[in-house]
Ligand binder design. Structure first.
Ligand SMILES: [Zn+2]
Length: 494
């Protein structure tokens, strides 16, 4: 519940002029460089679930992570160097590549840094890549992810709900769940994101520069990062975000057509939100502001600092390596396959997936998951399960694969004791995957069916405690579902 309260507080701040959001800004006011504002020991977040569990949770989010040994070795060596010069001990986390199209790297409360593979395209040197890592590492050092977690959960909830709806038969529960998620998603995305992250971005940029130059990288790389690379990402994301919103609206329209009993207030609500946020952010150019603040900081603290050349040879070799290129091309094909899948053009989806199959993608979770979805949609559950089994042989499987293989074993098993053992086993795996929230509901369902009341109750309680008010389905009764809707209305003042 405290999370819902803090969101309410945030809304108040935003509605009363945004200025209050900088309450816990760590900017040094004594004219010292930013690095003087950090301590010598990393303070773990209360929400920390452990590096490995955190990675497994990311593996389970949509198309998950990409495994590329060379990239991970290279990137994590740079990260270690940056951690060393921070002077702070025990900073957790590693860098991973993520299979998503949005150009937005993210850090989590457990300290891991996830970079979408497409973002490597815009970077031409190790120094600029180090600038990106230094920026993300600074978010870790300041524990900024604590406040961003809410948004991530919402986004994940909304996308999973959208997929769940697509593949479900459109039961009333699924509709409610979807609309709830959509409400939270819209609220988080439109209201919270722009103003809330501004002060955090500034802190991260300035500390990043301190770390970057102390690790021996070029001062100019941070400037190039903010003046050339970030604006490209922002422009891309603006158009993508627009597309996502259109997709969400189209989904919502479909649901409303399918059932008149679903509340119809959301269109009006969304229109209102968009115009409000537009008025809030109209003349706001994030990258430009960030660059100007950096220039000012450079003038103050680094006017006499030598400007060295970038090193780019190793970076360009890595970026142009067959492994990374083939994985990216394969991912392009998989995205096409998903588009076809959404349009129920299964043959084309199959062809696109086969086109994306190569030695570098064959064990990647993103390929197996989409292949399994296509086979499932074609009614070939045997091959669908087979693909999930193959995904489990890869480096970064999704919990979706664990779940599918578990279900198929459960279906074939008659003995109650063995079935209960299977459930206990998957619950252990679920914890090991950092309890990705969208799986509470199906697991509760199975525990209920197996009459494992203790397990079901424990799952419900954990889910409710962790995700109250976030649009996560905790196997909630209709009454609970409508209660959380009321909470949201109160929050949004509608
Ligand atoms: Zn950032």
């Amino acid at each position: 519940m405290y999370r819902a309260l803090s969101i309410a507080a945030l809304f108040l701040l935003l509605l009363t002029g945004c200025a209050g959001v900088t309450g816990n800004l760590n900017t040094s006011s004594t004219g010292q460089p930013q690095i003087k504002s950090i301590g010598t020991h990393y303070k773990k977040s209360l929400m920390d679930i452990g590096e490995v569990q955190d990675r497994k949770r990311q593996q389970s989010s949509d198309l998950g992570l990409i495994y590329n040994k060379e990239f991970e070795t290279y990137a994590n060596e740079i990260l270690s160097k940056l951690k060393r010069v921070s002077g702070m001990a025990d900073i957790p986390g590693r860098v991973y590549l993520k299979a998503v199209r949005a150009w937005h790297a993210n850090v989590t409360v457990s300290g891991n840094i996830y970079i979408p593979i497409y973002m490597l395209e815009q970077i031409e040197s190790e120094d600029v890549f180090a600038a990106l890592l230094a920026h993300e590492l600074s978010h870790v050092i300041y524990n900024h992810a604590d406040s961003e977690l809410f948004m991530e959960v919402c986004k994940k909830g909304a996308s999973v709900a959208a997929i769940a709806y697509q593949y479900s038969k459109g039961s009333d529960t699924a509709k409610d769940y979807y609309l709830n998620s959509l409400r939270v998603y819209t609220a988080a995305e439109l209201f919270l994101n722009p103003a809330w992250t501004r002060s955090q971005e500034r802190e991260a940029d300035l500390l990043a520069l301190d770390l970057l130059v102390r690790a021996g990288y070029s001062l100019g790389a941070m400037e190039e990062f903010l003046t050339e690379v970030v604006p490209k990402w922002e422009n891309y994301n603006k158009s993508e975000k627009h597309k996502q919103q259109e997709e969400l609206m189209a989904q919502q329209a479909k649901i409303e057509l399918a059932s008149t009993s679903v509340s119809l207030d959301i269109t009006g609500f969304t229109d209102k939100s968009i115009s409000f946020v537009e008025s809030l952010t109209r003349d706001h150019h994030t990258a430009e502001d960030r660059a100007n603040e950096l220039f000012e900081y450079v003038d103050t603290h680094y006017s006499t600092w030598p400007r060295t050349n970038y090193s780019s040879k190793e970076w360009l070799e890595l970026k142009g390596s067959e492994g990374l290129i083939k994985v990216r091309e394969g991912l392009d094909d998989i995205y096409n396959a998903r588009d076809y899948l959404g349009k129920r053009e299964y043959r084309k989806a199959e062809r696109a997936t086969l086109g994306g199959y190569n030695p570098y993608t064959k064990d990647q979770s993103f390929l197996r998951i989409v292949f399994a979805q296509i086979r499932g949609a074609q009614g070939n559950s045997f091959k669908s399960i087979k693909n999930h089994e193959l995904a489990l042989n890869g480096m970064y499987p999704s919990f979706a694969s664990e779940m599918t293989v578990f279900r198929s074993k459960l279906d074939r098993e008659q003995d109650q004791d063995v079935r209960v053992n299977l459930l206990d086993n998957i619950l252990t795996i679920f914890a090991d995957y950092g309890t990705p929230s969208e799986y509470y509901s199906p697991l509760i369902d199975i525990a209920d069916k197996l009459m494992q009341t203790g397990s079901a109750t424990a799952l419900r309680a954990k889910c409710a405690a962790k995700h109250a008010g976030e649009g996560v389905n905790c196997g909630a009764s209709q009454q609970q579902a409508s209660e959380s809707k009321v909470n949201l209305r109160t929050l949004l003042g509608i």
